[in-house]
Design a protein around this ligand. Structure first.
Ligand SMILES: [Zn+2]
Length: 374
């Protein structure tokens, strides 16, 4: 018979070993803590880093090249497809591929019927491009919640906006590396403090739910003639730039990143597969939550955009740490429970990783609980 005292001693030495491992070197300790926190929960146990990934035009390479990398990390994205391209145009996805994405939990949005500039069209043709493209997807069992403007065209035209508003909850355009969910961060362009669609004088606002602003890294690379190395750094700066706006679980700014071709060649709107792989790895290794446009919603009372799924998940942030599992799992949200020490070589880890005293550390507390210690 083993005495309770002995069990307590064994528990204590196990815990001491774990704490020892944590503090062997500050780098390994930070790496370990960081890998625990790299489950999309922030330093306070609440999400504070979110990215939305968009793929425009419905290119086949998004399915063949990008999807396997998204799958590796369990990331879901929004795919904006052009209805008349699907299964009809070389280099574009067919309906089987679109339906597979949909079934697997990706968000499918509309990118019009024919990928034309809406600002030049008659009202009737805008109706067709915007409304018929929604029906086209519905005919295939997909109910798109958002629209993206081909060539970002039509976003300052009230006729276009009003037609888009008839069919969709939200619509996306480009030209901003970060999106302010309260539409209050574009001081040069606007003095808005919320996301109302119209000003008091009945003009269109700069940012509203029908002009959700995203960043096309392909467009930036072309404009700046930037190398992939420069783009890799730029991506990190852009996704990290939200840190100064978001805290204590209040997400006020997130980057929405637009891709077109992935791992193709012969076109300027293409992201090299190595660059894409590195970017997704960065998001994973640094604890970003990856959401979709379907996760974004509009609050009619506050006139703010917000992320729907955060509240329920942030109510029990510590729960993730308390369930012990033995086998390592590839699921990013359960990595918390697998104490493998994998110091990350990423330099930014040291900047973003929290330095928490063992006593106040939720992970240490969870480990203590696990071992029955107070
Ligand atoms: Zn497009």
């Amino acid at each position: 018979m083993v005495s309770n005292r002995k069990i307590a001693l064994i528990r204590f030495s196990l815990l001491a070993t774990l704490i020892g491992v944590l503090s062997i070197s500050s780098f390994a300790g930070i790496g370990f803590i960081h890998s625990l926190l790299a489950t999309s929960i922030g330093t306070n146990g609440i999400y504070d880093k979110v990215v939305i990934l968009n793929f425009d035009d419905g290119r086949k390479s998004q399915f063949t090249q990008a999807k396997p990398i998204l799958d590796k990390y369990g990331f879901k994205a929004t795919f904006y497809v052009v209805c008349n391209y699907i299964g009809k145009k070389d280099g574009y996805m067919d309906w089987n591929e679109i339906k597979t994405l949909h079934k697997e939990g990706h968000d499918i949005g509309s990118h019009s019927m024919n990928h034309v500039r809406l600002e030049k069209l008659s009202k009737k043709n805008v109706e067709y491009e915007v409304g018929q493209s929604k029906r086209c997807l519905q005919d295939h069992g997909i109910n798109p919640k958002s629209f993206s403007y081909p060539f970002d065209s039509g976003t300052d035209d009230k006729n276009v906006i009003n037609i888009v508003a008839k069919y969709y909850d939200l619509a996306r355009t480009a030209s901003s590396p970060i999106t302010f969910l309260r539409c209050d961060g574009w001081k040069k362009q606007s003095n808005q403090d919320d996301c109302r669609t119209y000003t008091d004088k009945d003009g269109l606002t700069y940012a509203n739910r029908y002009t959700v602003r995203a960043w096309s890294q392909d467009a930036t690379r072309i404009e700046d003639s930037a190398s992939d190395n420069i783009m890799a750094d730029k991506f990190i700066r852009i996704v990290d730039s939200q840190i100064k706006y978001n805290n204590a679980g209040t997400i006020k700014a997130i980057p929405i990143i637009i891709y077109h071709r992935v791992g193709e060649s012969g076109d300027r709107y293409n992201t090299d597969i190595k660059l894409f792989r590195a970017q997704m790895k960065y998001l994973h290794d640094n604890g970003y939550k990856v959401s979709t446009m379907a996760d974004l919603a509009y609050n009619d009372k506050s006139n703010y955009l917000y992320l729907k799924d955060l509240k329920a998940e942030t109510e029990q942030p510590i729960k993730r740490v308390t369930t012990p599992t033995i086998a390592p799992t590839t699921n990013a949200t359960t990595n918390v429970t697998t104490p493998t020490i994998a110091p990350t070589t990423n330099a930014t880890t040291n900047v973003t990783a929290p330095t928490i005293a063992p006593e106040g550390n939720p992970i240490i507390q969870a480990l203590k609980k696990l071992f029955g210690l107070k």
